[in-house]
Design a protein around this ligand. Structure first.
Ligand code: ZN
Length: 199
């Protein structure tokens, strides 16, 4: 099993799927095989399987395939020009970051952002503002180095990402501005943030 396979196996553990569903997802979402090709793989696994099983699996696996596609969309948006990284290594990075679910600078969580931007709308934003959903964004720590290499990526809240821009370096942002951004969020929420300040 090579590194890519290990990453895929580890990622798929989060889903409760059986062996043939796993085969379908691997072939479809990662190896990008056609239904005809998937039929051959499935037939090798169990020779009673036919094209109809592929069609059935396509329906059964719809949710999982969509979840992987959402992450792939982020990958191709940002990272298609960087040949150093495969989708699998991006998936590994992103799924771990997403699990932590907070801004890598100020520590505000996705849930807290949701409260601020969506539920209570304590941050008044025009609906046309593209960041109005308050989702965590993929940001480059060193934005002068134009690389979307994983070592240069971090999940950041819309305010940190926007304000840091490419004018403030990572260390200065962390030391000087991230603590202030926390205070601003705490003022908006009227309480302390859940997570400690990331290092
Ligand atoms: Zn932040």
């Amino acid at each position: 099993m090579d590194n890519k396979d290990q990453i895929i196996e580890k990622y798929l553990k989060r889903f409760s799927i059986n062996e043939e569903q796993k085969i379908f997802i691997k072939c479809y979402s990662f190896e990008r095989k056609s239904f005809k090709e998937i039929e051959k793989v499935l037939h090798k696994y169990d020779n009673s399987k036919t094209y109809k099983d592929v069609q059935r699996l396509n329906i059964e696996c719809n949710y999982y395939v969509n979840e992987i596609q959402k992450i792939r969309n982020k990958f191709t948006d940002k990272r298609k020009d960087d040949n150093n990284n495969s989708f699998e290594s991006f998936l590994e990075w992103y799924s771990e970051e997403e699990e932590n679910g907070c801004c890598g600078y100020c520590g505000v969580t996705q849930n807290e952002l949701h409260t601020i931007f969506i539920e209570s709308k304590v941050l008044p934003l025009n609906d046309k503002v593209k960041r109005s959903s308050g989702a965590l964004e993929i940001e480059r720590k060193d934005s002068l180095n134009n690389s979307y290499n994983i070592s240069n990526l971090i999940l950041a809240c819309p305010l940190c990402n926007n304000a840091k821009s490419n004018l403030i370096d990572e260390a200065s942002w962390r030391n000087l501005f991230a603590p202030a951004m926390r205070k601003y969020y705490e003022q908006l929420l009227g309480k302390s943030l859940n997570n400690p300040l990331p290092k």
